[in-house]
Design a protein around this ligand. Structure first.
Ligand code: MF3
Ligand code: CO
Ligand code: CO
Length: 293
């Protein structure tokens, strides 16, 4: 028989069996592929396929189960290296790999950042004391998929300064996440975070940013936590990136220790951070490392 090209009506059921109309399903495939190629070519952004999203989601579940159990450990007298030992073991036991270990020379399996340490604190002999705040930032690689999230915890009884900076940092992440939907821009996210944090008299760290994540630890795009509405790359479904604002109680300036990692506020003020891995969906966003803010 002669192979005639069959034309499928736009309103007929899609031949893929989805039950959707052809025009709302595979007819868009060409368009989707071209957006995927355009984002890769123009921005080096990898839009994720459903099976990849599922892989990142599973990695995120493992991450949160470990983070929840870290929270239960946190108390005055705990050595930061004990957090590393726990995260390392639990990650390996789950058949995953701790991404931080040996990443660009980072010596441990998790970042643990106390008080005026903004990020990238190296777990060691430091002992947590009553009134400290401590950020624990975890990145497992499960079946090749990276998820990245962190929370800042109170050690014992929080100080008023501790309560304030932790609340402002959590709300800053929430404000950023809630901007996410197709058509919004990276600048919209940065602006929302900066506007909120500065309205509370706090400052936004500039040197460290959120990032694409999923197939690698740090992919494109960079997600700045400051910026202007309407500027920057337009968000499209399938983008997966972290938002991870570091918020200081005092000024934004920082320095990095001789260990090449530990970043501290110059003025010694407290710094807090919350991070989640966010998927841009057709209608808005989904956290692949979801917890309440
Ligand atoms: N988890 C950090 C982030 O949110 C990166 C840490 S890099 C490391 O991007 F080497 F210190 F682990
Ligand atoms: Co990150
Ligand atoms: Co992180």
């Amino acid at each position: 028989m002669k192979n005639k090209a069959v034309k499928i009506g736009r309103n007929l059921p899609c031949p893929c069996g989805s039950g959707k109309k052809f025009k709302n399903c595979c007819r868009n495939m060409k368009k989707e592929i071209s957006i995927k190629e355009e984002y890769k070519n123009r921005y080096d952004i990898i839009l994720k396929e459903p099976h990849q999203i599922e892989g990142i989601r599973e990695s995120g579940k493992l991450l949160l189960s470990i983070l929840d159990r870290v929270e239960e450990m946190i108390k005055p007298g705990l050595k930061t290296d004990e957090i590393n030992t726990f995260v390392h073991k639990e990650t390996i036991n789950a058949g995953a790999v701790p991404a931080p270990l040996n990443y660009r020379g980072f010596p441990k399996s998790v970042c643990v950042s106390v008080n005026d340490v903004i990020c990238h604190g190296i777990p060691g002999d430091r002992i947590l004391k009553d009134g400290d705040i401590v950020n624990v930032d975890i990145t497992p690689i499960l079946n090749g998929y990276y998820s990245d999230a962190s929370k800042t915890f109170f050690v014992g009884t929080p100080t008023n300064d501790g309560k304030k900076i932790v609340a402002v940092a959590a709300e800053s992440l929430k404000q950023g996440i809630e901007i996410v939907k197709p058509g919004a821009t990276l600048g919209d996210i940065g602006h929302a975070i900066q506007h909120y944090a500065e309205s509370r008299g706090c400052s936004v760290v500039r040197e460290f940013v959120g990032h694409g994540v999923g197939l690698e630890f740090h992919e494109q795009p960079q997600v700045l936590h400051f910026g202007s509405p309407g500027k920057g790359t337009v968000l499209v479904p399938g983008m997966v990136f972290t938002i991870e604002p570091m918020i200081n109680l005092g000024k934004k300036e920082l320095h990095v220790l001789e260990d090449k990692w530990t970043a501290l506020t110059n003025d010694g003020s407290l710094s807090a951070q919350f991070e989640q891995t966010i998927l841009v969906t057709e209608t808005g966003w989904e956290s692949l490392t979801p917890y309440d803010l």
